[in-house]
Design a protein around this ligand. Structure first.
Ligand code: NAP
Length: 278
C-alpha cells in the first residue's frame, strides 16, 4: 500500500479548519525568517498559505541575514508577550553566523507557544509521557500515517534511523509511547541493514538519498521515509530506495507526497491546540 500523505494531510487540514470555525477561534502563528535562503522562503510561504486556508492568522517577521542574536531575541520576547500570537515558529537553520546562538534562541520561545516542540519543556514532557506538551510536527505526522495503517502498534519492533532533536529522538519517544520496542539507530550503528531487516516499522530520517534498500526491509513492514534529498539531476528522493522497497513493504510513504505534507498540517494542529489552551 502506498500511504498517501498528501490526501491524509488535506483531510486533516479540512477538519482543523472546521474546528477553528466551530470554536470561533482566531489562532495566530508568527513565523520568524532570518536571511535569504531560498528553500526557507519557500517553506515559509507554504506554511503561511496553509495557515490562511485553515483560518489561522499569520504574522511574518522577515529579518535581514546579518541580524544579531539580540535582534532576534527581542522579536521572540515581543511575540511571547503578544496575546494575538499563539504559536511561534523560527525557521531553521538560522544563517551560519548564528549557528552557535540557534539553540539559545529556540529555548527563548515560550513553551506554550513552541509549536515546533523544540524547547526543553516540551521535549521533557514527551519523554515523561505528559500529554499536555506540544509535539514536534514531523514525528507527530509520521505517527499519524503509521496509525492510519495499523491502529494498535503494541509490541511491534520499530527501527528509527536518525537521532536528531528535530525528528529522530521525538519519533522514538512517540513509538515508545505506543508500546513499540524501539531501536534508535545513527551513524555509529553497526550492521544497520540487519537491524532494519528485523523491524515491523522502519522510519528513515537520515538525509542520504535512497540508503534503505529492499534487502533491509522485512516482508510486510511499514516504511516511513522522512528524508528529502535532491539528486544531481534535480529529482526529489527520500532516504529509502522507493522503487526497490515498495513491493516488499506492506505500506510505504512516497517522496514527495508522504511525510512532507503532514509536517505543515501538524504545525496548524499545534497552533490551534495552543490557541485553545490560551
Ligand atoms: P540530521 O539532524 O542531519 O540527522 C541525521 C541523522 O542521521 C543523525 O542522527 C545521524 O547520526 C544519522 N545518520 C547519518 N548518516 C547515517 C548513516 N550512514 N547511517 C545511519 N544513520 C546516519 O537530520 P534531520 O533533521 O533529522 O533530518 C533527516 C532527514 O529528514 C533530512 O533529509 C531532512 O531533510 C528530512 N526532514 C524532513 C522533514 C519533512 O517535513 N518531511 C522534516 C524534517 C527533516 P549521528 O547522530 O550519529 O550523526
Amino acid at each position: 500500500m502506498i500511504i498517501d500523505g498528501k490526501a491524509f494531510a488535506a483531510n486533516l487540514r479540512e477538519s482543523l479548519a472546521k474546528d477553528v470555525q466551530d470554536h470561533a477561534l482566531t489562532p495566530g502563528l508568527a513565523v520568524i525568517l532570518v536571511g535569504d535562503d531560498p528553500a526557507s522562503h519557500v517553506y515559509v510561504r507554504n506554511k503561511i498559505t496553509a495557515c490562511e486556508k485553515t483560518g489561522i492568522k499569520s504574522f511574518e517577521f522577515k529579518m535581514p541575514a546579518d541580524s544579531s542574536k539580540d535582534d532576534i531575541a527581542k522579536v521572540i520576547n515581543d511575540l511571547n508577550n503578544d496575546p494575538h500570537v499563539h504559536g511561534i515558529l523560527m525557521q531553521l537553520p538560522l544563517p551560519d553566523h548564528l549557528s552557535a546562538a540557534q539553540e539559545d534562541l529556540v529555548q527563548m520561545i515560550a513553551p506554550h507557544k513552541d509549536v515546533d516542540g523544540l524547547t526543553t519543556v516540551n521535549a521533557g514532557k514527551l519523554i515523561l509521557g505528559h500529554n499536555d506538551g506540544l509535539v514536534p510536527c514531523t514525528p507527530q505526522g509520521s505517527l499519524m500515517l503509521i496509525k492510519s495503517i495499523k491502529e494498535n502498534l503494541s509490541g511491534l519492533h520499530a527501527v528509527v534511523i536518525g537521532r536528531s532533536n528535530l525528528f529522530g529522538k521525538p519519533m522514538g519517544q512517540l513509538l515508545l509511547g505506543e508500546n513499540c520496542t524501539v531501536t534508535q539507530c545513527h551513524s555509529r550503528t553497526k550492521d544497520l541493514d540487519k537491524v532494519c531487516a528485523q523491524a515491523d516499522i522502519v522510519v528513515a530520517a537520515v538525509g542520504r538519498p535512497q540508503m534503505v534498500k529492499a534487502d533491509w526491509v522485512k516482508d510486510g513492514a511499514i516504511v516511513i521515509d522522512v528524508g528529502i534529498n535532491r539528486t544531481e539531476d534535480g529529482k526529489l528522493v527520500g532516504d529509502v530506495d522507493y522503487e526497490g522497497v515498495k513491493d516488499k513493504a506492506g505500506a510505504i510513504t512516497p517522496v514527495p507526497g508522504g511525510v512532507g505534507p503532514m509536517t505543515i498540517a501538524c504545525l496548524m494542529k499545534n497552533t490551534i491546540e495552543a490557541a485553545k489552551k490560551a
